[in-house]
Design a protein. Structure first.
Length: 330
């Protein structure tokens, strides 16, 4: 329990300083190098790309899990204190609540200052869509959507995996999620090569995304209407629109967020110069504003706190049954 809780607190305090080494960047480098090697050794064409993508989808999470498990075990063998410190740092590095807040708030501040071009540049760092022609409302919407979606991918899901499997579970999950963000595209380069990674990410996020949507709805109730959050609307839109996406998972938290803030999210967007038609999420009750990014982050933080409580409960339950089983065996 302690590593997860302390890792969460460290993330809130420190975030992810860009000058520090980070395992997710190492995963990204490994994915790039592995892709280059695999593409060279696998046959060309659809079947070869499907095979190569499957090899990548097995290799990257396996290496990440084995490395993190070995590091944790080695640290504990060197001393209990060192092991605990190592596991705390590992948990901290798998969470992204503070960095998600920091990067999205850069967009918010630039919009509030009326610096549209700077806001457009800031949002381009955190979204996958084309941003060159986004209006101020489009920029704000993109940032809100990113906060909503990554509440699950960057915060809740890693916590839940670490609750169940310790820090190596977080590394395994993050490897899958990073791989999907790099190769899981519907385009000429990755249509077949990225299919296995995308499917694995869908499976891994199926339960966490739905739990995140439910917890975000509860967060809206806790924050209350006085602060501008509508829990009843969050629940209504979550039930109605949580499947309005090609991905089975992405709309879960977006729907809860759209309802809570009284906004309409998603809809058509350009990716790599191509217009992608997407259904809308939420109701078009008002224009999205820069301040909605701040409110989305408040919703994210409360959702993260609720996920931590749930995760600590799961961890405590697992440890209780483990100790009880150990006592019975003696």
């Amino acid at each position: 329990m302690r590593p997860l809780m302390m890792g969460f607190l460290l993330d809130l305090l420190l975030g992810d300083p860009h000058s520090w080494p980070h395992p997710v960047r190492a995963m990204g480098n490994l994915i790039n190098r592995s892709e280059n090697v695999i593409r060279k050794i696998c046959p060309k064409g659809r079947k070869g790309e499907l095979l190569g993508g499957t090899l990548l989808a097995v290799w990257i999470p396996a290496v990440s899990a084995i490395f993190s498990f070995g590091l944790k075990k080695t640290a504990y063998r060197a001393g209990k204190g060192l092991g605990l410190l190592c596991e705390i740092i590992m948990c901290y590095e798998m969470l992204a609540a503070r960095s998600l807040r920091d990067e999205s708030m850069k967009v918010c501040r630039e919009l509030e200052k009326g610096r549209t071009e700077e806001a457009r540049k800031a949002v381009s760092m955190i979204v996958g869509r084309d941003t060159a022609n986004l209006t101020e409302e489009g920029i704000a919407k993109a940032a809100v959507e990113t906060v909503a979606e990554n509440t699950s991918d960057g915060v809740a899901a890693p916590m839940l995996f670490m609750a169940l499997f310790g820090a190596p579970g977080g590394f395994f999950y993050k490897a899958v999620n990073t791989m999907d963000s790099m190769v899981g595209y519907h385009n000429e380069t990755y249509e077949y090569f990225g299919k296995a990674a995308a499917r694995l990410d869908d499976v891994m996020n199926w339960i966490p995304s739905r739990l995140s949507g439910l917890l975000m709805t509860e967060a809206a109730f806790l924050l209350g209407k006085k602060r501008g959050f509508d829990g009843k609307k969050a629940w209504k839109v979550f039930l109605r629109d949580r499947k309005n996406h090609k991905s089975p998972n992405s709309a879960q938290t977006e729907a809860a967020c759209a309802g809570a803030l009284g906004l309409q999210l998603a809809g058509d967007a350009y990716y790599f110069g191509k217009l992608v038609k997407k259904p809308v999420i939420g109701d078009d009750r008002r224009k999205i504003q820069a301040g909605d990014i701040r409110r989305a982050n408040q919703l994210m933080y409360v959702t993260a706190a609720l996920t931590l409580i749930l995760s600590l409960g799961i961890r405590a339950g697992l440890e209780f049954f483990k100790n009880r089983k150990g006592g019975q065996n003696r």
